[in-house]
Design a protein around this ligand. Structure first.
Ligand code: IPM
Ligand code: MN
Length: 346
C-alpha cells in the first residue's frame, strides 16, 4: 500500500510536544503515512499573516485533503481572527465530530456508567460567522447566522455517522423555544431529515435541558447534534464527564478536507516541560487513520493506549493514579512498548 500524505501542523504551546508524541506512536505502529509539516498559529501571526495560516499551509491541506493539527493560540485582541476558526471556514469543514467515551483507568465521578456518545457540532455558521459590529458606542451586535442547507448537511452527517457506527438514536438539541427562526431552523430540518432515516430513533431536546441531562444521565445519549456555539459549550461539558480535555479528540469534516485535532488548547503554562498528555491528539489521529481507511493500525494503537491507561504505569501527571506522574516521553515509550497487546475494553 502506498503512503497517505498528511499535513501535520504542530501548533503552539504544548502542540509540538503532543504532535511529536503522536507521530512517534503512529510511526512505531507502522502507519503508512508521509508527514508534510506546516506552520499555523502564533508564529504566522507574528509574520503578519492575518488568518494565522500561510498560503503554503493552506495549499498543503488542500493537496493532501487530510491534516492533523496541534492547538493554535487564539488571539484575544481586536482585529485578529482565530486561526482555528479560519481553517474551518476556509475549507468549509462544516462538521465537528467529538466522541465522548469512557476510557479505562481514567476515573471520574461518572466512571462505570458506560458513557459512549458523539457530539456533532455544526462548525462554520451561527455566532461563529464572526459578523459583529458596534451599532452605536456602547452597543455591540453579533449576528447568529443559520442556513437551511447548513442544517441539512449537519443533520445528514449526524445520521450518516450514526448509521456507520451502528448507533441508534440522534438527539437534536436546540434553543428553538426562544430563537424560533435560527435554532428553530435546526429543529425543523432535524425532524424532516431524520424522518428519512427510519432505522434511527430521533428526538428533540431543549439545549439547556440537554446540558442538565448530560450531567444527570449521560448514558442516555448516542449522537447529539447542535449549532456551533451550543456544540462548543456542551462538547467541553461532555469531555469533562470522561476525563477532561486532555483526552478529548475531534474531527473537522468538510466535503474535500478533514482535519483532526485535540479539543484542548495550547496550555502555555506547561509548554516545553514534557508534562503534556498526548492522549487527545493520539485519539484524534486514530480518527484520522480510520478516515483514510487504515482500520488495522488504528485498532492496534487503540489497544496499546487502552492497555497503557489500564495498567496505569507511566501516565502523565494529569491522569496519574499516584505520584507526580511521568513525562510525555515516558508515556509514549510505554504506549509503544504495549503495541501488540490487546485490551478487553476497546
Ligand atoms: C474548540 C475551541 C475553539 C472554538 C477556539 C480555540 C476557537 O474552543 O475547538 O472548541 O471555539 O471552536
Ligand atoms: Mn471549545
Amino acid at each position: 500500500r502506498t503512503k497517505a500524505r498528511v499535513t501535520a501542523i504542530p501548533g503552539d504551546g504544548i502542540g509540538p510536544e503532543v504532535m511529536r508524541a503522536t507521530r512517534q506512536v503512529l510511526d512505531a505502529a507502522g502507519a503508512r503515512l508521509e508527514w508534510e509539516e506546516a506552520l499555523a498559529g502564533a508564529e504566522a501571526f507574528r509574520r503578519g499573516i492575518a488568518s494565522g495560516a500561510p498560503r503554503e499551509t493552506l495549499d498543503s491541506i488542500e493537496r493532501n485533503g487530510v491534516a492533523l493539527k496541534g492547538p493554535l493560540e487564539t488571539p484575544v485582541g481586536y482585529g485578529e481572527t482565530s486561526a482555528n476558526v479560519a481553517l474551518r471556514k476556509t475549507f468549509e469543514m462544516y462538521g465537528n465530530i467529538r466522541p465522548v467515551r469512557e476510557l479505562p483507568g481514567i476515573r471520574t465521578p461518572f466512571s462505570g456508567r458506560g458513557i459512549d456518545f458523539v457530539v456533532v457540532r455544526e462548525n462554520v455558521e451561527d455566532l461563529y460567522a464572526g459578523i459583529e459590529y458596534m451599532q452605536t458606542p456602547g452597543v455591540a451586535l453579533g449576528l447568529k447566522l443559520i442556513t437551511e442547507p447548513g442544517c441539512e448537511r449537519i443533520v445528514g452527517l449526524a445520521a450518516a455517522l450514526a448509521a456507520a457506527e451502528g448507533r441508534r438514536k440522534v438527539t437534536v438539541a436546540t434553543k428553538a423555544n426562544i430563537m424560533k427562526l435560527t435554532e428553530g431552523m435546526l429543529k425543523r430540518v432535524g425532524e424532516r431529515v431524520l424522518m428519512e432515516h427510519p432505522a434511527l430513533q430521533h428526538e428533540h431536546m431543549i439545549v439547556d435541558n440537554c446540558a442538565h441531562q448530560m450531567v444527570i444521565r449521560p448514558e442516555q445519549f448516542d449522537v447529539v447534534v447542535m449549532t456551533n456555539m451550543n456544540g462548543d459549550i456542551l462538547s467541553d461539558l461532555a469531555a469533562g464527564l470522561v476525563g477532561g480535555l486532555g483526552v478529548a479528540p475531534s474531527a473537522n469534516l468538510g466535503d474535500r478536507v478533514a482535519m483532526f485535532e485535540a479539543v484542548h488548547g495550547s496550555a502555555p503554562q506547561i509548554a516545553g516541560k514534557g508534562l503534556a498528555n498526548p492522549t487527545a491528539l493520539l485519539l484524534s489521529s486514530l480518527m484520522m487513520l480510520r478516515h483514510i481507511g487504515d482500520f488495522a493500525t488504528a485498532r492496534r494503537v487503540e489497544h496499546a493506549l487502552y492497555v497503557t491507561l489500564e495498567e496505569g504505569r507511566e501516565l502523565t501527571g494529569d491522569i496519574a493514579r499516584e505520584g507526580p506522574g511521568a513525562s510525555t516521553g515516558a508515556f509514549v515509550d510505554r504506549v509503544i512498548a504495549n503495541l501488540g497487546r490487546e485490551s478487553a475494553l476497546v
